[in-house]
Structures are given as structure tokens and as C-alpha cells.
Write a protein that binds this ligand. Structure first.
Ligand code: FES
Length: 364
């Protein structure tokens, strides 16, 4: 018997008005296949099936989920399925009128991304004039009494502003601030040289988080996780492959993580063709790296006995850095490829971004 999933990440659409250079969506978002988005009925059925499967948390994300015209119906479907729904939005389309409709339909929580507490810098990183709209969206969410999370993806070009970001989140009334150091998949891969932070920046930002926590206390909870590239031991990506979460792409393909489509040996079952429970229990993609039987050395005989704890780390990162998705995540100091992670820390590149776009495919 497999563990049951507790969370579902529903990527409703890869369309987005922003162009963030670290977007976790695949580099091929412009592909025709992703434009064939699921219909309302599909999603509502999937939410029901997810509820029966034991899922508790639903992230409505994208791209920009507010671009779905049927978002109110989807929120109502989530409520009827007994799921706690979070809207993961850039905020630019979260107008008072739509926000009220989402509240009435049963949306539970709103997470708004901010790229930087400095307006010009925010707009530069997002590739879109969006700062003022984001603040307005956060105020709208508060006025409607939504629990509010402010999320900021951190990297070399905004890490020195963490203190100001925390102040802004406090002023906006956020209950939670998610300081998400960039993960190097999706669009962050071609931008790695422009995004990789220095150790000094990370230390200063961590100190700023500590000072904020001491001053503000439990009123605002701050999530801060050291980026993988500065770790010596890997984390269990997604809580372990096929252990806690499933991700559904806009076209209905169900994946164990947001970057799984980069692993060429995997084929993903689609909710148009199969029930969610079958996909979770039986499909090849979820079975491939579940548990520990697939592990190679050094994971197989891990000197620290961490197989259950870290599940070999991130499969997508292992593939990218070693060419083998079944290898140990090179973040691990026991990996023969660990030097690639160490070298990347200081290999700063061009500061200019390659912005996320649906138009031209990137050559990487
Ligand atoms: Fe795919 Fe980590 S992102 S396993």
C-alpha cells in the first residue's frame, strides 16, 4: 500500500502576464500540447477524486491561475470536494470584484508573489509593471479577510533586500512570508549564472530573518530554507517521489513534481484517460522513484542511513547535473558529482535575465 497524497498542485494554465526568469514551469511552455488546457468539468472531477484519495490541500497555480475564466467554478468545486484551496497568484488580476467572487465560491487562502520590495526592481525582475497591482491585491485579500501569504523567490539580485521585504509583508498584514530560495529547474536553469547567490548574501539574509522573528514574534511566520546549492546533504524533494504530492499540468498530465517532464524516460498518465487513484497507485511515472529500491550507490549504502529521510534528494537535479535521474542528488557530499554543486556557488555569470516567454523556445 502506497502512502496517500496530501496535496495537489493544479497548474491551471501556463499563460502568465509576468516573465520571471526563475519560473518553475517547463522551458517548453509554448508547446501546442500545453495550450490544450483541461475543461472545467475535468478539474472539478479531479478535485472530487483527489478528496477521495485523501488530498487535503489544493494549490491553484500556473502560470497565472487568475487567467482561467472558470476560476470561481473551480474554487466552488474544490470547496465541494472538501479541499483547502490556496490561490498562488502574481496578483495583477486579483481585482476586488473577482476576489469577492472567489471568496464567495469558497477559496480559502491567497498567496501573492512579490519579486522585490523596491518597485522598479520588482518590475524589472518580473519583466512587467506589476508592483502597484500586487500591493493592491494584497490589500484586497486582507479587506476580504483571506489568510495572506507573501511569497518571494530569492536570488542574487534581490537577497540584499530581505529586510525591506519582511517590513513590507508586515505592513500588508501577511500572516506568512515564504522566502523561497531559487530552485534550479525550469527557467532558472538558463538563468543560473544571474541568480546564484553568494554565501555572504545568504548569511546576511538569514540574520535579517532572525532579527525579524525576534522582533515580530508569531504574528508573522517566516519560512526560510537554505538553497540546495549551499547544502551538504539533500532534502527529500516533494517530501519524497510519489509520497505526498501530485502535480497536474494544464493539459492534464499528472507528474510527481513540477520538473518531472525534464526526465525523458518518464511518460505521464493523463486525467482525461485515467482516474487519479489509478495514476497514483499504478502509473509507471509515480512508481519509478518511489521508496528506496531504485537507489544506486552511494545512496543504497548511505553512510548516514538517510535513505528514508532524504529519499536520494531531487531526481530532476540529479538528472541535470549527472545525466542520470537515478543517481544521488549531487547536493549530497557523498555524491561523486558533488563538486559540480560546489563549483556552481561561485560561477556567477551575466546579470542579464533570459525572461520566461511562451513565444520562442530557448536553446539550452
Ligand atoms: Fe523533480 Fe525534485 S524537482 S524530483
Amino acid at each position: 500500500m502506497h502512502p496517500r497524497p496530501s496535496s495537489l498542485i493544479a497548474e491551471l494554465s501556463y499563460q502568465c502576464p509576468l516573465h520571471c526568469p526563475y519560473c518553475s514551469n517547463p522551458l517548453e511552455i509554448g508547446r501546442e500540447a500545453y495550450r490544450d488546457e483541461l475543461e472545467t468539468d475535468h478539474w472539478v472531477r479531479v478535485f472530487e477524486e483527489a478528496g477521495r484519495l485523501g488530498v487535503l490541500q489544493l494549490a491553484l497555480t500556473g502560470g497565472e491561475p487568475m487567467l482561467r475564466r472558470d476560476l470561481v467554478e473551480l474554487c466552488a468545486g474544490a470547496r465541494d470536494a472538501g479541499l483547502y484551496s490556496s490561490l498562488i497568484t502574481a496578483g495583477t488580476l486579483f481585482t476586488p470584484q473577482r476576489a469577492q467572487a472567489l471568496k464567495t465560491a469558497g477559496l480559502d487562502h491567497v498567496q501573492i508573489s512579490i519579486q522585490s520590495p523596491d518597485p522598479d526592481d520588482n518590475d524589472r525582475i518580473a519583466g512587467n509593471r506589476s508592483f502597484a497591482k500586487k500591493l493592491a491585491a494584497a490589500r484586497t485579500a486582507k479587506a476580504l479577510d483571506f489568510p495572506l501569504t507573501i511569497n518571494c523567490v530569492l536570488h542574487r539580485q534581490n537577497l540584499d533586500r530581505v529586510e525591506a521585504l519582511l517590513e513590507l509583508a508586515l505592513e500588508l498584514g501577511a500572516q506568512r512570508v515564504e522566502l523561497a530560495n531559487t530552485q534550479y529547474y525550469g527557467w532558472a536553469v538558463p538563468n543560473q549564472g544571474a541568480l546564484m547567490p553568494t554565501l555572504g548574501q545568504l548569511r546576511r539574509a538569514e540574520e535579517a530573518v532572525q532579527r525579524f522573528r525576534e522582533r515580530v514574534g508569531p504574528k508573522v511566520s517566516v519560512l526560510w530554507v537554505l538553497p540546495d546549492f549551499y547544502e551538504e546533504l539533500p532534502k527529500a524533494c516533494m517530501g519524497g517521489w510519489g509520497s505526498t504530492a501530485m502535480v497536474i499540468a494544464p493539459n492534464g498530465a499528472v507528474m510527481p513534481c513540477q520538473a518531472a517532464s525534464t526526465i525523458p524516460e518518464l511518460e505521464f498518465a493523463n486525467v482525461r484517460d485515467h482516474p487519479l487513484q489509478w495514476i497514483w497507485d499504478q502509473s509507471e511515472a509515480f512508481a519509478r522513484f518511489r521508496g528506496t529500491d531504485w537507489m544506486q550507490e552511494p545512496c543504497r549504502t548511505c553512510p548516514l542511513g538517510r535513505q528514508q529521510e532524504d529519499r536520494g534528494g531531487c531526481r530532476c537535479q540529479a538528472l541535470r547535473l549527472t545525466g542520470d535521474a537515478a543517481a544521488a542528488d549531487p547536493v549530497c557530499r557523498f555524491s561523486p558529482h558533488h563538486h559540480r554543486v560546489v563549483e556552481a556557488r561561485t560561477a556567477a555569470g551575466d546579470e542579464r535575465f533570459q525572461y520566461r516567454t511562451m513565444k520562442k523556445p530557448l536553446n539550452v
